[in-house]
Design a protein around this ligand. Structure first.
Ligand code: SF4
Length: 361
């Protein structure tokens, strides 16, 4: 069977918000953007090896060419699923341009809307954009009207995982028939002040998962450590650098959404990439940390999520920072309930280590 990639694609450096934890701000601002001819050339050469594209990183809806490219892909390669991660600005573009509204309706299969805080003022202030909350809500309403698969995505750090905020986010998800997805914060920026503020503590992560298990629903823990330890799903793999790639605005191809710094890249870009042979060798045969010896998940968890081990410790020989034993805790005795679903929940499920939840029915 042909191996196909889930592609995360940031078409542009541009963004109209100033999020304090932005993963890609530094890397994006150094970059010269490609243009729509470059994107089409890459897609024409490699479409047979692409399963899905998620447009994320930067705010792609700012670009007119994002809409024209999504239309091109839909017309030429309708088998490739397309999704958009947006800060909500898509609602402004589609409000003022009927053609863009039609393209969004016809060509984008899924939409992820970033909302970190259920509180309007707090979310907008945090995003550095007074309209952030309204744009996000408008996008959720449009997605609901259009019958699109919608997800509210939030970055998991101690403040967003405060139970009061979680209750509010689940309520927003309920009102908008959306999933709720949590991306645990990664210390991508080499700034200790930012990392100290945003790194989610082990205890807070455990409390969050316990809250969701008790009061809401866990749909998918697409995370090699957390899926194993909390739900006993031993089939989860880490697709970093294998089935998943991230394309930066200058066309550089990286192995992960989070491993975008210069040192993790290879000299591969959309100008020269051949997805039929693309491999990031550093993710082949990853060693299992010695401290995992004897753990009942040693063969399936294998030390946990690759990008977290690299970003926290710069080595694969350490266990995932959220391993219970790494935190002086024991493996949970009782596994969490997980909602039955067939296949992937969305294009993000399995694309990167991420956690899907749903308000309880
Ligand atoms: S000890 Fe290793 S294999 Fe076991 S849960 Fe922790 S990281 Fe995973």
């Amino acid at each position: 069977m042909t191996k196909k990639f889930n592609v995360g694609w940031g078409l542009t450096n541009k963004c109209n918000m100033r999020c304090q934890f932005c993963y890609s701000e530094d890397a994006r601002h150094e970059l010269q953007e490609c243009n729509i001819s470059d994107w089409k050339n890459f897609a024409d050469r490699n479409h047979a090896f692409i399963d899905s594209i998620n447009y994320g990183t930067g705010e792609n809806a700012i670009l007119d060419d994002f809409f024209y490219f999504a239309k091109y892909m839909k017309q030429k390669y309708p088998e490739i699923r397309q999704s958009l991660t947006t800060n909500g600005y898509i609602s402004e573009r589609t409000k003022t341009n009927p053609q863009f509204k039609d393209i969004f309706q016809d060509c984008i299969d899924e939409v992820d809307v970033s909302v970190d805080f259920y509180n309007k003022e707090k979310h907008s202030e945090f995003r550095g954009q007074p309209n952030a909350y309204d744009w996000a809500m408008n996008t959720l309403h449009i997605a609901k009207e259009m019958g699109k698969l919608a997800t509210i995505v939030f970055v998991g750090f101690n403040e967003t995982c405060d139970e009061h905020n979680l209750v509010g986010l689940f309520e927003l998800a309920r009102q908008n028939d959306a999933f709720l997805r949590m991306n645990i914060y990664r210390p991508v920026k080499e700034s200790k002040i930012i990392s100290d503020r945003f790194i989610l503590s082990y205890d807070k992560l455990k409390q969050t998962l316990q809250y969701v298990n008790n009061e809401q629903e866990i749909v998918s823990l697409s995370d090699m450590l957390l899926g194993n330890v909390f739900t006993g799903d031993t089939s989860i793999e880490d697709n970093t650098g294998k089935d998943s790639i991230r394309i930066l605005p200058d066309g550089t191809i990286c192995p992960s959404t989070y491993l975008i710094a210069e040192k993790y890249r290879k000299n591969i870009s959309i100008h020269n990439a051949d997805l039929s042979t693309l491999k990031f060798d550093q993710f082949n045969d990853i060693e299992i940390p010695k401290d995992c010896a004897g753990c009942k998940y040693e063969k399936s968890c294998r030390g946990g999520v690759y990008d977290r081990r690299i970003l926290w410790y710069d080595t694969f020989s350490e266990r995932d920072p959220y391993c219970p034993m790494q935190n002086g805790d024991a493996l949970p005795e009782q596994l969490f309930r997980i909602r039955n679903h067939i296949g992937r929940v969305s294009v993000h499920d399995g694309y990167l280590p991420t956690l899907f939840f749903k308000p309880k029915d």
